[in-house]
Design a protein around this ligand. Structure first.
Ligand code: UD1
Length: 369
């Protein structure tokens, strides 16, 4: 068996770390390709180093661009690679543009696709990641779901149950295996539980001056220091809107460069609360038992709401301020860890791949019932 594992952006790197380690352990041959969607050291290389992910066999250098350009370029280059090699399965993770590009290129060449982190739905097709998730699940042969709700979402879309595997959350495995290595960023002087963490990078928030301003106004009265590791996109937009100086002048906000994985988890686990518009951070906050406010009107990570670990606050100044005050006063953040969010997720995935050769053959009929 020969596999292709595809990565492109920061959240992908975190998800493939245990997968490629398990493939190596089981002696399964694979190549890993990095599309180059994220290319900055702080968003890419440092994750490979810290999570001990082997250097990708190929780097496609796709870079930034509009959705069409980014997805199209990645698809062309992945197709070329697939035509030159004989892969039995293409493994994609998450919901970024590189995930979609690889799945589309593979399925059109009749190569089966395995989707890890399958079945998450925000039911908001205005979100580029939701479009990616829906399409990738529709054309994948093997669907690895992180939660029971994700399984139900897939069944509701007509996907046959023989192809859906509830394996748990691979990001949780990465976190559990690296918890002992987290480290305090050198540049930060913050006392445990005496600061709030903020991450904002989604286009729907950063590409709208009113929204981004509304978010920062919402944290204006936060009694704790707000530490904000900023994505390059967010910095670019704050400068464009002439907001950089204004925000830097606020006494309770500290803008810093993006943290590495191990630094980020030191900062998240010791924070009093986190405000974020990221998907993965909502789940990582749940795992660290840190209350989370999500700066979006919906989430695909339903489990974080079901467990009471997360609150959707949108981008309205008042909603952010009121909910922030509330969670900062709450004494006990306690909820259980969801089923199968453990250290064996990659093992379950690789076992399925090895034990279901019938799913590595492309069906001639439709993929759904
Ligand atoms: C992508 C994912 C998003 C994920 C996020 C994590 C899609 C549709 N979105 O969003 O789901 O949460 O990654 O970070 O795939 N840039 C750099 N250096 C880089 C990469 C990007 O400066 O290494 C800047 C560029 O100006 C670029 C912008 O950030 O145009 C956005 O990058 P892009 O990959 O398009 O999307 P993300 O916002 O990072």
């Amino acid at each position: 068996m020969n596999l292709l594992v595809v990565v492109g952006a920061r959240p992908n790197f975190v998800k493939v770390a245990p997968l490629v380690a398990e493939l190596k352990k089981k002696g399964i041959s694979y190549d890993m390709v990095h599309t180059g969607q994220h290319y900055d050291n702080s968003l890419s290389k440092i994750f490979f180093d810290q999570l001990e992910i082997p250097t990708p066999d190929l780097y496609l250098g796709v870079g930034s661009g509009t959705h069409g350009v980014q997805t199209g370029k990645a698809m062309m280059k992945i197709e070329e690679l697939l035509m030159k090699n004989n892969y039995d399965l293409v493994c994609v993770v998450g919901d970024v543009n590189s995930t979609l590009a690889a799945a589309l290129a593979a399925v059109k060449l009749h190569i089966p696709v395995a989707h890890i982190e399958s079945g998450y739905r925000s039911f908001d097709m205005g979100m580029p990641e939701e479009i990616n998730r829906v399409i990738v699940d529709r054309i994948s042969q093997l669907l690895f779901a992180p939660t029971e709700t994700a399984v139900l979402n897939l069944i509701n879309e007509g996907i046959s149950q023989e192809r859906i595997f509830f394996v748990g959350n691979i990001m949780a495995e990465t976190l559990l295996k690296n918890l002992h290595k987290v480290k305090k960023p050198k540049s930060i002087d913050a006392k445990k539980k005496e600061y709030v963490l903020l991450t904002v990078h989604r286009a729907e928030n950063t590409d709208n001056k009113k929204k981004i301003l509304s978010i920062f106004n919402g944290i204006d009265k936060c009694p704790y220091n707000v530490i904000f590791p900023a994505h390059p996109r967010t910095i670019e937009k704050l400068k464009k809107y002439d907001l950089m100086d204004k925000i830097q002048k606020k006494e309770n906000i500290e803008i810093v460069s993006p943290f590495s994985y191990l630094e980020f988890h030191y900062m998240l686990s010791n924070s009093r609360a986190v405000l974020t518009d990221s998907g993965g951070v909502q789940e990582e906050a749940l795992l660290h038992k840190v209350p989370c406010l999500t700066l979006r009107k919906n989430t695909e990570r339903m489990i974080t709401l079901q467990y009471g670990a997360n609150t959707l606050v949108g981008t309205d100044t008042k909603s952010i301020a009121v909910n922030l005050q509330k969670i900062l006063q709450d004494k006990d953040a306690s909820w259980p860890i969801p089923p199968l969010w453990d250290s064996n997720v990659s093992k379950r995935i690789v076992d399925v791949i090895q034990n279901h050769p019938e799913l590595l053959i492309m069906p001639s009929n439709d993929f759904i019932k």
